[in-house]
Design a protein around this ligand. Structure first.
Ligand code: PLP
Length: 357
């Protein structure tokens, strides 16, 4: 079984279900679909197939740098944020790394590939699954070479407060600890621009961004990395395999960050549908739900006799169980916020499951 959500084909095959009929609440992709301009741009540029993309991705890097008001030398685009997680790990070659758990699985795989000793830092329910100043004590005791943190975190959907993030960046900067902040979902938060504006010059900070979720292009794949360590960015560009971003992804990356109509429509959809799911899920006495910040919700089912994943699959709804996340178990689940109709269908199915088992 894949470690990630979105494995519709695998589940459909395993359970003998038609993949087309499954509604995928397990991958956190914007249900508005790719912006219209993406389809038009691809149709009008089909001849890209016949040429190698610019191996330096100059126009793409310029567009990203413009959006973040920084220099191109601070930017490296990648084939999704995933490629860049591996690129950073390969560049840093940490001897010892700290991972906050539960968290995204690829940090661990990337660190294992470079032979790092990995120390887990559990985020627990007592502290609301949020990191706090205790993390700084741990950093000072353990002295890792690097630490990964996702803001908001996956799968909990929780966003640490700004002040904490500022203290963390300043601490790591002062101590020379490489801090990788994964902001793959931050575009879904309308009033949070993350740490880039304040810390664009920081030498030990690496900020990851993904365009695949917000702009609904997981099949095209695009992400980027921003760091004030421009020598490090140059080195990572040298180390990478050439042409890892396909020509279409590179082309649309030049226009996505400027698509303010799509960005506003997404925030409007999310405001209403995140609220809908939050209020309806929280109303189930069988569930404990954590307040969402992005386009997914995290909850625990407190009825041990109910296997929500299998029960909802019978309704053709695929949700993400979280039992393979370090630090969690089979009581925990994550669901994506989808369209109004689909979200209503999920809530109706859950009402049936809780009423009849
Ligand atoms: C926290 C986090 N970071 C990064 C990624 C990878 O994103 P991409 O599709 O851009 O490779 C994911 C994908 O689920 C994620 O959850």
């Amino acid at each position: 079984m894949s470690e990630h959500g979105g494995n519709i084909i695998e589940v459909a095959q395993q359970y003998g279900l038609p993949a087309k009929e499954l509604i995928d609440f397990s991958a956190n992709i914007n249900p508005l679909g790719a912006p219209e301009r993406v389809n038009a741009l691809i149709k009008n540029n089909l001849s890209c197939i016949e040429k190698y993309p610019d191996v330096e991705y100059r126009h793409l890097h310029q567009a990203i740098a413009k959006a973040h008001q920084c220099n191109c030398t601070s930017v490296m685009a990648g084939n999704g944020a995933t490629e860049l997680i591996y690129a950073v790990a390969r560049y840093l070659k940490p001897k010892r790394a700290l991972l906050l758990i539960p968290g995204f699985a690829e940090y661990r795989r990337a660190l294992q590939q470079v032979g790092a000793e990995i120390i887990d830092y559990p985020l627990t329910e007592d502290t609301g699954f949020q990191p706090d100043l205790h993390l700084l004590d741990t950093l000072s005791n353990i002295r890792p070479d690097c630490v990964f943190i996702a803001t908001p975190n996956n799968p909990t959907g929780l966003m640490p407060d700004r002040q904490f993030m500022q203290v963390l960046v300043e601490y790591c900067e002062a101590q020379g600890i490489s801090l990788i902040i994964d902001e793959a979902f931050i575009d879904f938060l309308p009033n949070n621009r993350g740490v880039i504006p304040q810390f664009i010059a920081a030498q030990h900070l690496y900020v990851l961004r993904s365009l695949t979720k917000f702009f609904a292009i997981p099949g095209l794949r695009l992400g980027y990395l921003i760091s004030g360590n421009t020598a490090g960015i140059t080195e990572m560009k040298k180390q990478r395999e050439p042409w890892s971003i396909n020509a279409f992804a590179a082309l649309i990356g030049e226009i996505l960050l400027d698509d303010h109509t799509y960005i506003a429509a997404t925030h409007q959809w999310l405001r209403s549908q995140q609220h809908y799911l939050w209020t309806h899920l929280s109303a189930f006495p069988e569930l404990t739900v954590w307040p969402p910040s992005a386009n997914f919700l995290f909850f625990r089912c407190n009825k041990p006799d109910i296997d929500l994943w299998h029960s909802l699959l019978k309704h053709r709804l695929l949700i993400r169980h979280c039992q393979n996340y370090a630090g969690l178990d089979k009581r925990y689940y994550r669901i994506a916020v989808r369209s109004e109709r689909e979200n209503q269908r999920l809530i109706a199915a859950m009402q049936q499951v809780f009423a009849h088992g």
